[in-house]
Design a protein around this ligand. Sequence first.
Ligand code: ZN
Ligand code: ZN
Length: 371
Amino acid sequence: MPSRDYYDILGVAREATKDEIKKAYRKAALRDHPDRNPGDAEAEERFKQAAEAYSVLGDVDRRSRYDRFGQEGVRGAATPDFQADVFADFADILGGMFGFDMGFGRSRRQGPARGASLQYQLQLDLEQAISGVEAEIRVRRKRTCEACDGGGSASGSGASVCEVCGGQGQVQQRHGFLTIARTCHRCGGYGQVITDPCDRCRGAGRAAETTTLKVKVPAGVDTGMRLLLRGEGESGVRGGPPGDLAVQIEVRDHPRFVRRGGDLYTRVPVSFPRLVLGGQIEVPTLDGEAASLQVPAGVQSGDVLSIRGRGMPSVNGNRRGDLKVTLQVVTPRAVGRRERELLEELEELLPTPEELEDSTSWWDRLRSVFG
Ligand SMILES: [Zn+2]
Ligand SMILES: [Zn+2]
């Protein structure tokens, strides 16, 4: 069979970077891995070809020889140090994801393993974030089987030595010039098998279940924060400890309040006369009752007033931010005759906007500060 071009096999351009080649190989290896395609001879062939192509293109020296002389340049040279190199990359790339163990004849019996840690995305409203909440989350996870108490055996007699690998947990397979040590399919690498598997977990010792967990979310949480529930991930195997459950917080945007650190910002509509004369206004808050706010006479539209301690609490302390209220003048879109007369008269009486601006502008204040 004529050899295909290594670049074609990995589907990369001739000028591909080392990184691109590695990525392409990783993709091919994951897709065509024998563990994922049991009994598929074509996938296995592609897998081997990709490994061979990568053993050349993944190495600067061999690649340049291949580029100059083609197959001839790398023939023979590929064999001696081929295994060690490719396996080093394999280990890095496949990382035992599919039980593709890199042992060179070494016994790799699998011992206790920690359960997988899980993540859960929890969305909250800003109201819930300010007050704290006990949220209920539904998690699907593998937990220790209750029927067999995790032992996997129906009678409780336990496991016996695997007849396929003789307790080694792995078997050697030759693929052409490659010898691959693969996890034993019979015992899954454990070296022991359960001959009377439990009905519920089929001998795995763990079974998938969907559980509702209560999560106490403290007041003040913000997007990006994570609550770690230790031991609430998947149960370990063969006596290993359980993984954790990380609850990732995401606080939804609120239509009326914006959070910046500990402070909340909101905008309140105020009438023109109220701004001029001052007085009490009611400000809606996030945590229940409206707050009343004293507006001093003569404030400007756009000025920000603070209501102390009505912002967000901090998760780990008693500090609380402020509620920052932007006052915004709202004007009637249309007025009656009487209102019109009064407003026209008022405009006559009041200083011009320019004069008002001069007396109140930040520029003036700035000038007075710097003398
Ligand atoms: Zn069971
Ligand atoms: Zn076995």
